[in-house]
Design a protein around this ligand. Sequence first.
Ligand code: GLP
Length: 240
Amino acid sequence: MDIHIFRDHDALDEHAANIITQQLLSVPESVLGMATGSTPIGLYNKLTEKHAAGQISFRQAFTFNLDEYVGLEKSHSQSYYEYMQKHLFRHIDIPTEHIRFPNGMAEDLEQECQRYNKMLAEQPIDVQLLGLGHNGHIGFNEPDEELVQETHVVQLEPSTRQANARFFESMDEVPTHAITMGVGSILKAKHILLIVKGEDKADIVYQALKGPITTQCPASLLQTHPRLTVFLDEQAGRRL
Ligand code: GLP
């Protein structure tokens, strides 16, 4: 595991953007695993800038997003699809048909999970970006006795709904379920880039990277990955 601690967010986001840039420069048709949340916004801004400056093209690239809420239309302001459009896709040259997303509005959610698994099997992810939930979740894989390997429907923890409530008008509007890639699917990525920012994540960063490998902290399974890069700000890396 390769851990880097950055003094400021700008340097962290720049280095993270360089990893994606290098990947696309060496393999233009790379498959990128994308994450949502507040953490990668700075990185997506950097990629947008590099694209505008002509330093990077996504024309041949493919993306898979980790997760999506169940029951929100793609066009809903808080859907992860809309998040990606707003923070990255609308500003770059990726063809729409190269964007892979779980459909949280599918009538048959089980079938939708199978469709996503099939696509993931056909197009292995080269670089998977990840953020970290306060309870150690990755994607929407919540702490549990057992973790599901592949894409599945998950009931969101009250603490996760609470954490994400800031983006919705009221708690009632926060979806109760989501579709997420499983931890097994995430671990299949050739390279994983975990980004964590903020003092409030210092304890969970420590548990995830230095604590026991346990399904009670899904991110701790990342310790088993042969190519894990971790970018932290000083606050998130305080306990390491
Ligand atoms: C969300 C997402 C995760 C994300 C995490 C942290 O619930 N499903 O993919 O990594 O929470 O979000 P943030 O970066 O806003 O702290």
